[in-house]
Design a protein around this ligand. Sequence first.
Ligand code: ADP
Ligand code: PHD
Length: 416
Amino acid sequence: MALYVQKFGGTSVGSVERIKAVAEKVKGFRDAGHQVVVVVSAMSGETNRLIGLANDINDEPTPRELDMLVSTGEQVTISLLTMALHKLGVPATSYTGSQVGIMTDSAHTKARIQRIETEDMRQDLDDGQVAVVAGFQGVDEEGNITTLGRGGSDTTGVALAAALNADECQIYTDVDGVYTTDPRVCSQAQRLDTITVEEMLELASLGSKVLQIRAVEFAGKYNVPLRVLSSFQDGPGTLIVADSDKDEDSMEEPLISGIAFTANEAKLTLLNTPDVPGVASKILGPIADANIEIDMIVQNVAPAGDYTDFTFTVAKGDYKLTLKILEEQVLPALGEGEVKGDDKIAKVSLVGVGMRSHAGVASKMFRVLSEENINIRMVSTSEIKISVVVDEKQMELAVRALHQAFGLDKNDIESE
Ligand SMILES: Nc1ncnc2c1ncn2[C@@H]1O[C@H](COP(=O)(O)OP(=O)(O)O)[C@@H](O)[C@H]1O
Ligand SMILES: N[C@@H](CC(=O)OP(=O)(O)O)C(=O)O
C-alpha cells in the first residue's frame, strides 16, 4: 500500500465528464489498495473569469478581496469531485485550505505556506476515506483566506505530500509529462523520462508553466518524489529526480535538456546615462521600492567613458508602472538621459546541466538564430542556462530552430 497525493489541474477538471473521469482514476488507485489525497484546481478558465469580474467592478481590487473571490473556484471542484466519488461508492470528504489547516503568511495573492495540520487528513486516510483538498488556497493566522499565486495548486500538492510523507506526489495535467519544450509550440518535442530538480527549476522559472516553480522548490527541499502525468492517458510520465539521482548509466549528460520561453516580459532602456558610480542603484532603487522584480540587466560599456545605456526587463504586467517610475522619478534624479520601452519581446532559454562541461553552446545558439534572421536584443547566462531576448513575433520560430539544431527533435532522439 502506498500513499499518493494526486493533483488535478484546471483542464483535468474542466467539465462534468472530466470530473467523473478523475473520480474513476482515483477509485482505481483506491481499489488497488492505495491511500489517496486529491488536490484540485478550479475548472479551467474559472480563475481568469473571476479575476475579470473583479476588474469589471474595481480596477484595483484589494488583494484580500481578490483572494476571497478567486478561492471560490477551487471550492466548486472539491465538492463536485467528492460527489462524483460518492456516486462511485468511494467514501470521500472535501476540504477547503482553511479546513485542512494549510497555514500561510498574510501576503495575499502570493502567500507562502508555513505549516500544514495533517491530523484530519490522516484520520480520513485511516478510516479508508479519500481527502479532497482545494488547491491554491490557505489561511493566515487571523483566519483570512489567502492564495498561493497563479498555478499554486501544484505547490499545495507537493506541500501536502511533504507534510504527509507521501510515497509520491503526482501532478496530473493535459500533457503526459515534461517535454523538451512546450509540445503545443513544437510538435517535435519529446517527453523526458526524468529531469533533475535543478533543470526543472530553471525551466519553470524561465516560463515552462507545466509546473509552478515553488512546487519544484518544495519538492527539492523536502525530497518529495514528484511525477508529471496525463489525466487523459496512461503512461509513466516524467519523474523529477534529485540532481544526484540522474541516470547513472548515461556517461554524458545531454547538452541541452529543454527549451523554455515566455512572452511575459518587457524591456526598458535608459539611453545616455552618466557612467559614474551609483547610477545603477539610482535607476533600480525606486523600481525595487515599488516591489517590481527585475529579471535581466545589461549595461553597455561606455565608449568614451562618460555615458552609457542601461537596459533591463520586468514582467509585462509591471511595464507601465516601471515606465512611469523611470520618467517621473529616475530621469529627474539623474538629470539627463532618455527612456525607451518595448513590451513586444520574448525570452527564449536553453537549459541543461550538460552545459557546465561544454563550451560553445552560446555561439551555436547565436549562429542558429542568425541563420533564421532573428535579432538578439539581450543575453544572459548562468552555469546551466542561456537566455536571449528576441522580438515576440519571432519567439516560436526561435524555439523550433533551436530545438532542431540542438538535437532535441523526436526523430533525432529516436535514431540515436
Ligand atoms: N516543457 C514542457 N513540457 C510539457 N508541457 C509544457 C512545457 N512547457 C509548457 N508546457 C505547457 O504546460 C501545460 C500544462 O500546464 P497547465 O496548463 O498549467 O496545466 P494544469 O491546468 O493541469 O495545471 C501544457 O498544456 C503545455 O502546453
Ligand atoms: N486555479 C488557480 C490555481 C492553479 O494551480 O490552477 P492550474 O492547476 O489550472 O494551473 C490558477 O488558475 O492559477
